[in-house]
Design a binder for this molecule. Structure first.
Ligand SMILES: Nc1ncnc2c1ncn2[C@@H]1O[C@H](COP(=O)(O)OP(=O)(O)OP(=O)(O)O)[C@@H](O)[C@H]1O
Length: 307
């Protein structure tokens, strides 16, 4: 499959302070690639390097097979960019501003702007200066999506949007992916990346510390479980469970004829099911994997422990 965006050994300093220390990643064309990381990790800086808004100090960046420094306006037209912070000054309406952007970003299919504005519940005839944070964000999204670019680069796209509009935005992402567009987005919120992305990259202190498919992350994530078995001694049930790879935090919640245990599982579920098959279960709860917990753990780990 083609690579739509890549960075190799990307470094960026502001003054004497290096904030990207050799960032590496590849984004498959037609996929949704989500970058998550704590404040100040370097997400916005990475995106700005991809768009040639700022120049890297070292490394190599490729966007739609071109060096963004050399791509110029032609490359820019193939990209839709939602910056983290939109500066909307002046006495223009949203509609007027978008027609100005259209001149820069290239042709927009007839009716497309109104359709997007309607979906996001945005009034295009208000002065941009008077728009609330969420409405400014909607205008930024219309601007990024309107010309149906090959690549969407979206910095914290749902920031300031209410839950209903977030859902509509997720639908827009799915449609874009379905149309073969590539999406590179950043978020603080894992659940959002979990819902929308194929691949997640975790950026911490100016380095990518893990790149995983969302499916892979789910498989290796922590799951909480609880079960009740009849006619079993607590010690036998605990011994069975202890032998399962990746099991921890075993707690006996009740032991009275039968036994109720809780535990966490970090790893494959098949060995667990195999062990539980030897008990007479009357209840079993295996919760959705907690990806947030796994990612927070990666943020906190010493660097060499992260895969
Ligand atoms: N123009 C600049 N001049 C100096 N330092 C900068 C500049 N832009 C970013 N930085 C610094 O670079 C580091 C990375 O910032 P960046 O905005 O890329 O992080 P981020 O991951 O997008 O954070 P957030 O989630 O808070 O938006 C931060 O320490 C920030 O202070």
């Amino acid at each position: 499959m083609d690579i739509a965006v890549s960075a190799r050994s990307l470094t960026k300093s502001f003054g004497r302070r290096e904030v990207l220390h050799g960032v590496d990643f590849e984004v498959q064309a037609g996929s949704v690639f989500g970058v998550i990381g704590p404040n100040g990790a370097g997400k916005t800086t990475t995106m700005r390097c991809l768009l040639d808004i700022i120049r890297p100090n070292g490394g190599e960046v490729r966007v739609l097979s071109q060096d963004p420094r050399a791509g110029g306006p032609d490359l820019r037209r193939r990209i839709g960019y939602l910056p983290g912070e939109l500066f909307l000054e002046g006495r223009v309406t949203g509609r007027k501003l978008l027609s100005h952007y259209e001149a820069v970003s290239g042709p927009v299919p007839p009716g497309r702007i109104d359709e997007l504005a309607e979906r996001l519940d945005l009034d295009l005839d208000r002065h941009t200066r008077k728009l609330s944070k969420g409405n400014k964000q909607k205008l930024g999204l219309v601007q990024a999506f309107m010309h149906q670019p090959e690549l969407l680069v979206l910095d914290e796209p749902t920031s300031g949007l209410d839950p209903l509009i977030q859902q509509e935005f997720h639908a827009m992402l799915r449609e874009a992916r379905h149309n073969g567009q590539t999406i590179f987005l950043s978020s603080h919120v894992l659940s959002e990346i979990q819902q929308t992305a194929d691949t997640v990259a975790i950026l911490r202190d100016g380095r990518i510390i893990a790149v995983e498919s969302v499916t892979g992350l789910r498989e290796s994530a922590v799951r909480h479980l609880r079960f009740t078995a009849s006619h079993a001694a607590a010690s036998d049930a605990v011994a069975l469970l202890t032998a399962v790879p990746g099991i921890g935090n075993i707690e006996v919640l009740e032991s009275n004829g039968g036994v109720t245990l809780s535990a966490v599982l970090e790893g494959a579920i098949q060995p667990l099911l195999h062990a539980l098959g030897r008990l007479e279960l009357t209840d079993l709860v295996l919760e959705e994997p907690d990806l947030e917990e796994s990612v927070l753990k990666m943020y906190a780990m010493p660097r060499k422990e992260v895969r």
